[in-house]
Design a protein around this ligand. Structure first.
Ligand SMILES: C[S@@+](CC[C@H](N)C(=O)[O-])C[C@H]1O[C@@H](n2cnc3c(N)ncnc32)[C@H](O)[C@@H]1O
Length: 260
């Protein structure tokens, strides 16, 4: 399957993403999984689009020992990490692993009891189309929990990324959330919840935080688009005036709930 430039960027960072970012995202994931479990009513499969290395897949398989799961991601290296983890944990038999973009999930799964997606919606070109597709995977009464990164406060460390990058590369990331929200009425599931999740996140330094965003996370795609010289200027701009030493910040995630 030919990779889009965005998927190729995720493939390139897969092991680093698992090592550095997954532990930092884990508190958000745990909070979202608790909320998802409380809402699950129907028997049946759970589906996980955009699963990456599969932290949420392993967690869901452990939390629901009687259910089967379907985990999907378009990135081969991400799925290799997931398959190795499932084999190590003795969970491979209960999890079907498929190479597929998040927006094409309903081509593979229908009638599922629940869908859980973490940190994928915000990077898709047409999030509303992905949500419409995800509705088609669920049985009546099935539930979806969608965890994503919304725009951050522009004065916060992650919020200041935008200005430092846009100075080099034009608009960075579209403000998709309001437009998507306005179209939610046309998809085949009801929007039943909208929660803000906030946890502390620590890095040895601001330099380390930037470098791991580039070599192990979402700024890899930006680096490939802008090139190393422009990216070095973005880094300098973002780091300007920052104190030496550890960085602790409190990124905001959002959890949307839906019921079919
Ligand atoms: C930030 S990672 C999130 C991984 C995992 N769900 C987690 O919470 O750690 C985003 C994932 O979305 C996947 N993805 C799915 N569909 C995609 C698409 N159409 N374009 C780009 N990436 C996509 C990427 O390959 C990547 O593994």
């Amino acid at each position: 399957m030919p990779e889009t430039p965005l998927v190729a960027a995720w493939s390139a960072v897969a092991p680093g993403y698992l090592d550095y970012w997954i532990p930092r995202f884990r508190p958000y994931l745990d909070e979202a999984l608790e909320a998802f479990d409380e809402r699950l009513r129907r028997p049946g499969e759970l589906v996980v689009p955009g699963c990456g290395p599969g932290e949420e897949v392993v967690a869901l398989a452990r939390r629901h020992p009687d259910r089967r799961l379907v985990a999907l991601d378009p990135s081969g290296p991400m799925l290799e990490l997931l398959r190795a983890r499932l084999a190590r944990e003795g969970l491979a038999e209960r999890v079907r692993v498929l190479q597929s973009p998040a927006e094409a999930t309903s081509a593979h799964v229908q009638g599922a009891a629940g869908l859980f997606s973490s940190f994928t919606l915000q990077l898709l070109d047409r999030p509303i189309e992905a949500l419409a597709d995800w509705a088609r995977t669920l049985c009546p009464g099935g539930v979806a929990s969608i965890l994503f990164w919304p725009r951050q406060d522009p004065e916060s460390p992650w919020g200041r990324l935008r200005a430092s990058i846009e100075a080099e590369g034009g608009a960075w990331g579209v403000d998709w959330e309001a437009a998507c929200r306005a179209e939610l009425a046309r998809i085949d599931m009801a929007h039943t919840g909208d929660a803000i999740l906030r946890h502390p996140m620590r890095h040895a330094s601001a330099q380390e935080a930037w470098d791991r965003l580039v070599d192990a996370c979402s700024l890899q795609a930006t680096a490939r688009r802008l090139g190393s010289e422009a990216m070095a200027r973005c880094r300098e701009r973002w780091l300007a005036g920052r104190a030496e030493g550890p960085l602790e910040h409190h990124p905001v995630a959002r959890l949307w709930s839906f019921t079919r």
